[in-house]
Design a protein around this ligand. Structure first.
Ligand SMILES: [Zn+2]
Length: 455
């Protein structure tokens, strides 16, 4: 068996051969923590999490880093709007992100570096870029000079004019070339800032990934992954920074990009954000069905997200867990079938793997012979294991949404509404109130706190 991955850099399906066969390295661009993440932002972590498990099976080890962007102008704006410290925003939403990813069955990465914990590495990398003639300081900013790097555009394969138009790059007086991008920018007193050779300031977004990937995974990494929306300018700029800072050493051997979610077929109410946010979705739907839905299309294709897709995923899991329930009398341990490994080896062909899961379950339903039933149960559990599915007891799957769970879910929403009000996030507090009202949950303020009952 050999894993083949579609490399966005070469536009080819290639056999995967890590630099160190004893421990491949992988970097995935993580969230900017100023709000709850969109379900589209979970697609990469789900798919690349399946890849992480596969790499660990094949090579025995993996170093997987997924960063947290905790310094950003969107974070600054959210902190200002809500009248709280920046760390109040980033701590809250980093914790929410971890909880939401865990709810979708995504194991945490080995390393979760945060930008604010790597300012020293970022400043050192910028200094190297200035010293080697790839960057310049101007008016408290430091800019990367795109004209200094012949390889600029090799990932997105755009010419310079297209890149500038595509990124709606602002023409600023401190830029020598409109395509030059910010590595460091000055901070006023009301903004987070760190001492640097260019005055008090903060890093640009792109440089943090280059600095953190080098700090934790080395100058050349095996796999760099993220959404296709990051290919330009973010990933193009990461390549430019890293390769220029490291004397031309390739930044990443393989680039993987997942396609976007579309919402054309959706009728779900957008007013309470039910359709979009993982935080809401995992409270209103079986999280495992959301995971199944995210794996139902090949990761490089767009995926149309809708009620119908989620409902269909629930029905499929009902059937699969029903099969496992019928096999309750059979002792079997999970064993991942070769057919699943082969499907995943073909550039993570999860639709083919899910079709194989359905085939195995179909065989299991027909089997009468004890040894065949045992083999098929172990294959079904193993197939699920490779995809992060079918690992709970069937009784738990069928008991989902039972009253205890639902009470806990409602209490969680009430607690979150109180926290949102304390953080002066009134839009969120109102959205929760509306959602509870739509479910006919009546809230009462009492001296002991907020009580609720069904209306
Ligand atoms: Zn990144």
């Amino acid at each position: 068996m050999s894993l083949h991955l579609y490399n966005s850099l070469t536009r080819r399906l290639e056999p995967f051969a890590p630099i160190d066969p004893a421990c491949p390295t992988m970097y995935v661009c993580g969230p900017t923590v100023y709000n709850y993440v969109h379900i589209g932002n979970a697609r990469g972590p789900v798919v690349f999490g399946v890849l992480a498990d596969l790499l660990r099976r094949r090579f025995g080890a993996l170093k997987y880093a997924r960063n947290i962007t905790d310094v950003d102008d969107k974070i600054n704006a959210a902190a200002r709007d809500q009248g709280v410290a920046i760390s109040t925003i980033t701590d809250r939403f980093a914790a929410a992100y971890r909880a939401d990813m865990a709810a979708l069955g995504i194991a945490p990465p080995d390393i979760e570096p945060a930008a604010t914990a790597h300012i020293g590495e970022i400043v050192a990398m910028i200094e190297r870029l200035i010293d080697s003639g790839h960057a310049y300081a101007a008016q408290g900013h430091v800019l990367f000079a795109v004209g200094s790097f012949d390889g600029y555009g090799k990932l997105s394969r755009r010419d310079t004019d297209d890149m500038i138009a595509g990124a709606r790059i602002e023409v600023a007086p401190y830029k020598r070339d409109p395509g030059d991008f910010v590595l460091w920018k000055p901070s006023t007193d009301d903004l987070p800032g760190w001492e640097s050779p260019w005055g008090v300031g903060r890093p640009g977004w792109h440089i943090e990934c280059s600095a953190m990937a080098a700090a934790h995974l080395g100058e050349t990494i095996d796999i760099h992954a993220g959404g296709v929306d990051l290919q330009f300018p973010h990933h193009e700029n990461e390549i430019a920074q890293s390769e220029c800072a490291h004397g031309g050493a390739p930044f990443a051997k393989v680039w993987l990009h997942n396609g976007m979610l579309t919402f054309a077929g959706s009728k779900m109410s957008k007013s309470v954000g039910n359709i979009e946010r993982v935080h809401d979705l995992v409270r209103t739907h079986a999280p495992e069905a959301l995971r199944y839905a995210l794996l139902s299309a090949h990761y490089r294709q767009p995926l149309d997200w809708s009620d119908a897709l989620i409902e269909q995923s629930v029905r499929t899991l009902d059937r699969l867990y029903g099969t496992l329930r019928d096999l309750a009398d059979v002792e079997a341990e999970a064993r991942i079938p070769d057919s699943i490994e082969r499907a995943l080896d073909e550039d993570l062909n999860t639709p083919a793997a899910l079709a194989e899961v359905a085939r195995i379950a179909g065989e299991a339903r027909k089997a009468t012979d004890a040894s065949a039933r045992a083999t098929l149960k172990s294959e079904l559990l193993g197939a699920g294991l490779a995809l992060g599915l079918l690992q709970q007891p069937p009784a738990d799957w069928f008991a989902r949404g039972a009253s205890d769970d639902d009470d806990a879910r409602i209490q969680t929403l009430i607690d979150e509404r109180i926290a949102a009000k304390q953080a002066r996030d009134f839009a969120r507090a109102d959205a929760i109130r509306d959602q509870l009202a739509a479910e006919q949950i009546v809230l009462e303020d009492t001296p002991q706190g907020v009580r609720w009952k069904r209306g």
